[in-house]
Design a protein around this ligand. Structure first.
Ligand code: FES
Length: 110
């Protein structure tokens, strides 16, 4: 798996609570801002494969617009029975105001 980072958006384009779909090497990825913390997850809900873009982001969770299952934006873990399959998460960094995403998994927080 490539650990190369790809510039995707300017951080200023993504205010708190916003999300935007981007594509890297054929992967549909959702980049979002959870109260100032940027994240990158797969842009397909694991419940019924619906896009997560536009889902409400609150308290570190994104709610799928279709049926409302909530996923932790850091770990990808879902809530409840419909969210039992976690989202894939991606490494993200901000370099000189530019959001960059890697197809590698994020480094786990200690
Ligand atoms: S498709 Fe996302 S909650 Fe059902």
């Amino acid at each position: 798996m490539s650990t190369e980072f790809h510039p995707v958006l300017n951080a200023a384009e993504l205010p708190a609570g916003a999300s935007k779909a981007v594509h890297i090497d054929g992967h549909d990825i959702l980049v979002g801002n959870a109260a100032g913390e940027f994240f990158a997850v797969q842009n397909r809900c694991t419940h019924q494969d619906s896009p997560l873009e536009g889902g409400r982001i609150r308290n570190g969770l994104i709610a799928c617009p279709l049926h409302g299952v909530m996923f932790d934006v850091r770990t990808g873990c879902g809530r409840g029975q419909m969210g039992r399959v976690p989202l894939r998460t991606f490494a993200l960094r901000v370099v000189e105001g530019r959001i960059e995403v890697s197809l590698a998994a994020p480094v786990a927080a200690a």
